[in-house]
Design a protein around this ligand. Structure first.
Ligand code: PHE
Ligand code: ZN
Length: 847
């Protein structure tokens, strides 16, 4: 279906809908190709409304009939919706429409996934179900009747009644249409209960396909932990009698917070030791928490319009990161989040797709579910909390819930709560919401007569949406270390507000060593010629100690890439010592070896005025790991042995930390023993973490064929495990083979390209393989472009998101740029290209 001509929507044009929706009754008569949806909606015109147009969104729906107060009317219908003359007093609107779930491959609206009906309505999918004011500031209660011969019939809210072939649901909490959900299928429920702090007994259920019953227990526990945590930490209890989660195989994103009926990508909820890695478990726990936390931050208080998306997403990501830090390890979570931020958000903020945390315009809102809105949005809240302090943060959040429960809000509302609760003027802080780009902060030091001075200079490069960035409020956590490694001054928060600013610390006996941006207190690029080797040995801040290792590794790699210099002995010695330091958490030690990403190194080279060569970067990274392996050769077997778990498998922080370190060590050990230990681990593994870790090493040393075949034969019927099989082969390929490997896999019988998980596992792995994607011959670019062109008419949302693989194209040499440019042109020239992909390609090309 061809999209309407792209249209830009602006925040400044916001106008409220002219009608109040008093309640909504929906009836679904399910049939794969012709589902009938009957809607009965009570509207009341709002007196004095600026816009009195009765416009209802509707796309891909066939109108069968429309009535007002029982009288047939003939609305004016366009591909985007309908308008109709309506009375100037409350009225009942009734429509019947027909939709085609079986033909819905975009996975937005009502669709079929393995013969199960499910819905995805955020952001603007409800309009593909029936005619409705599909905007988040229109909130109403919903009553839903589902007619269908399915064993499981679910919708939002509480169950009202059911019988053979039908069920009725009522959601008493007014909600916007994007939180609507419906599920119908032959599903199996894994049940439990939770009693809230308010004494409400809630029936919990996790619905899965037959065969997946054994993968529910962990997700259920995560749900109960989340419910308890939100009561304990934010004072928020659950508000319905049931909470349902459904796992679906075909889903564009991770999961969706529909009121009382969360729908999850199977990969984001199903877990078992045999089929899931420790990382999967941790991610599932975080996503369950995230969706559950949305019940208050997103559902009870929602967004006025989609420009305010970070209001719910930034806050909910921040809340789920606090949860994970509490459940597991705070430093490990912080470091992992920063790795992710630098890997995904920084490139976005520093390239053609840069946009503010609260954008001011868009063409397709689906293109704005970005790392900037989610992850930078969470960083902004973290900074706010740092600036006002923990107690004031809690006070502000209580005020937010009190004042805005049941409302659709804006960033202005959010900041007003902080201003009112703390008396603090947040005018300048608000720039974090309106300016794109990653600020760079340069630091210089001076020491004279016992006074130490730190001088900061902040500068944000201009970007597509922010031509002239102004100084932002940057909380910089700083501690000073004495030369003997003891702390001369504990952490304090310096508030940068100006382009240039100095802070003095009098009364010091000797020049201290500063530890700057502790805990990564702001999402900036810090430019500081610090004594990283000293900090690596002595910093009392676990984040900055890790950062010191990262900075040393980065400098060493850049030296190798630009000057051919040998690996830095200070890094080698420091890491060798840390890895063997049993007083440190194994998970933390394992992260010490997490080298800067290859794409990140390319960004740094580009910033420093070099043209990044992906092969040189790849070689440098592998050379550094080899050097560490050689340096540590003697200690590796013992370190490996010390990090084997003997207890029964548990996906908890302690065990997964040991396995993470064990796997880091195995990676080094394989470079010494040629894969013997990996072979043994593969043979003995009784869980997916160890199995997959071993397999990756076997492939890297060219011994993977038998194991890959065995793995496939064993797991061929498990979709989620087979996604790993697809992804791993691409991810571990040598740069020159990555595109060929991916291409061969797209010819595999199990390459079901319409399934977003499988598509991403294969083509996403190629896009994530820096040297492979940027292979000199352009084969990576061509393969990805071919598949994006093929997927676009089927699933525009997933296609558009994957276009971001090209966002960094201006960093590379002229030949690569011209090859990418040709592919971008080819995609852009595709007939009937979706609005989603058109917007992405246009923005990327304008770089
Ligand atoms: N709102 C979902 C979340 O953050 C993400 C999502 C957006 C899912 C759009 C589907 C479609 O949890
Ligand atoms: Zn979310």
């Amino acid at each position: 279906m061809r999209d309407a001509a792209p249209q830009t929507i602006f925040l400044k044009d916001y106008t409220p809908f002219g009608f109040q929706v008093q309640d909504v009754h929906l009836t679904f008569d399910l049939a794969p190709n012709a589902t009938h949806v009957t809607a009965r909606i009570r509207f009341a015109p709002i007196k004095g409304a600026a816009d009195k147009t009765f416009f209802l969104h509707g796309e891909n729906v066939t109108l069968i009939s429309a009535k007002i107060d029982g009288e047939v009317v003939t609305p004016k219908v366009t591909p985007e919706g309908l308008t109709c003359d309506v009375p100037d007093m409350p009225f009942t609107w009734e429509t019947e429409v027909k939709i085609d779930p079986a033909a819905n491959t975009a996975l937005e609206g009502l669709y079929l996934s393995n013969s199960m009906y499910c819905t995805q309505c955020e952001a603007e999918g409800f309009r593909k179900i029936t005619y409705y004011p599909d905007r988040p500031d229109v909130m109403s209660t919903f009553t839903v009747r589902i007619n269908g011969p399915h064993g499981t019939l679910l919708s939002n809210g509480n169950p009202v009644a059911s019988g053979d072939g039908w069920a009725e649901w009522h959601d008493p909490w007014p909600k916007p249409a994007y939180l609507f959900a419906l599920v119908a299928g032959e599903l199996i429920a894994h049940r439990d209960t939770f009693t809230t702090s308010e004494g409400r007994k809630v029936d919990l259920a996790l619905y899965v396909r037959g065969g997946d019953e054994g993968k529910c227990a962990f997700g259920m526990q995560a749900l109960k932990d989340s419910m308890k945590w939100d009561e304990d930490v934010y004072g928020r209890a659950y508000d319905l009698d049931v909470f349902n989660i459904v796992a679906v195989d075909d889903f564009n994103m991770g999961a969706m917070e529909n009121k009382g009926l969360n729908i999850f990508n199977a990969s984001a909820v199903l877990a078992s030791p045999e089929t899931s890695t420790d990382m999967n478990f941790e991610r599932i726990e975080a996503i369950i928490a995230h969706e559950y936390f949305h019940n208050w931050t997103g559902n009870r208080i929602t967004c006025r319009d989609w420009f305010q998306l970070c209001l719910k997403e930034g806050l909910t990501v921040f809340r789920d990161s606090q949860f994970t830090a509490d459940m597991r390890s705070e430093p490990v979570k912080r470091i992992s989040d920063v790795i992710d931020l630098r890997g995904r958000q920084f490139p976005e903020d520093q390239g053609p797709l840069a946009h503010p945390v609260r954008p001011e315009s868009f063409q397709e809102i689906n293109n704005f579910y970005t790392a900037t809105i989610y992850e930078k949005g969470a960083e902004v809240i973290r900074m706010l909390k740092t600036l006002v302090g923990d107690a004031a943060y809690s006070k502000a959040l209580d005020l937010y819930f009190d004042r805005h429960d049941g409302q659709a809000c804006t960033i202005e509302d959010w900041l007003a709560v902080f201003q009112d609760a703390t008396g603090r003027d947040l005018t300048q802080f608000k720039r974090w919401y309106s300016q794109a780009g990653t600020p760079r902060v340069a630091v210089s030091e001076a020491f004279e007569n016992g006074t130490y001075t730190l001088s900061f200079e902040q500068d944000t490069p201009p970007s597509a949406t922010t031509a002239d960035p102004q100084p932002q409020v940057i909380p910089v956590a700083v501690g000073l270390l004495a030369v003997d490694g003891s702390e001369a001054l504990p952490t304090q928060i310096l508030e940068l507000t100006e382009a240039r600013q100095s802070f003095t610390f009098p009364g010091l006996a000797a020049k201290p060593v500063p530890s700057i941006l502790r805990g990564f207190s702001a999402p900036v690029v810090l430019d500081h010629a610090a004594d990283h080797a000293f900090l690596l040995a002595h910093d009392t801040d676990p984040f900055n100690r890790w950062e010191a290792a990262n900075k040393l590794a980065r400098a060493s790699l850049l030296g190798t890439i630009t000057k051919g210099s040998a690996p830095d002995p200070a890094w080698l010695a420091g890491i060798a010592q840390l890895l063997n330091d049993d007083t440190l958490d194994p998970a933390y030690r394992s992260l010490m070896l997490d080298l800067p990403g290859q794409s990140e190194l390319a960004a740094q080279l580009h910033r420093d005025g070099h043209t990044p060569d992906p092969d040189a970067i790849w070689n440098a990274v592998h050379g550094l790991i080899q050097a560490l392996s050689d340096t540590m050769a003697d200690t590796l077997p013992a370190l490996y042995a010390a990090n084997q778990v003997s207890d029964a498998y548990a996906p908890d922080a302690a065990q997964s930390g040991m396995r993470a370190l064990g796997s880091t060590v195995l990676n080094l050990l394989t470079r010494q023993d040629g894969g013997d230990q990996a072979q043994a681990q593969y043979g003995n593994a009784d869980n997916m973490t160890l199995q997959l870790g071993a397999l990756a090493n076997l492939i890297r040393v060219g011994r993977g064929d038998a194991a890959l075949a065995q793995f496939e034969a064993h797991w061929k019927d498990d979709r989620l495990v087979m996604d790993k099989w697809f992804g791993l082969q691409v991810g571990t390929a040598k740069p020159d083979d990555a595109a060929d490997t991916a291409k061969a896999l797209t010819g595999h019988a199990a390459f079901n390209w319409k399934n977003p998980n499988r598509f991403r596992a294969t083509l996403g792995a190629l896009a994530g393989h820096h040297a492979g994607f940027h292979a000199k011959d352009g084969s990576g670019y061509t393969l990805l472009a071919d598949w994006l062109i093929k997927l676009d008419p089927v699933n525009p949302q997933t296609t558009a998101r994957m276009c971001s693989a090209f966002q960094t194209w201006r960093r590379y040499d002229a030949i690569r740029q011209s090859m990418i440019s040709k592919e971008l042109d080819r995609i852009a020239a595709t007939p009937d290209l979706s609005r989603d992909t058109t917007e992405m390609i246009t923005r990327i090309r304008e770089a």
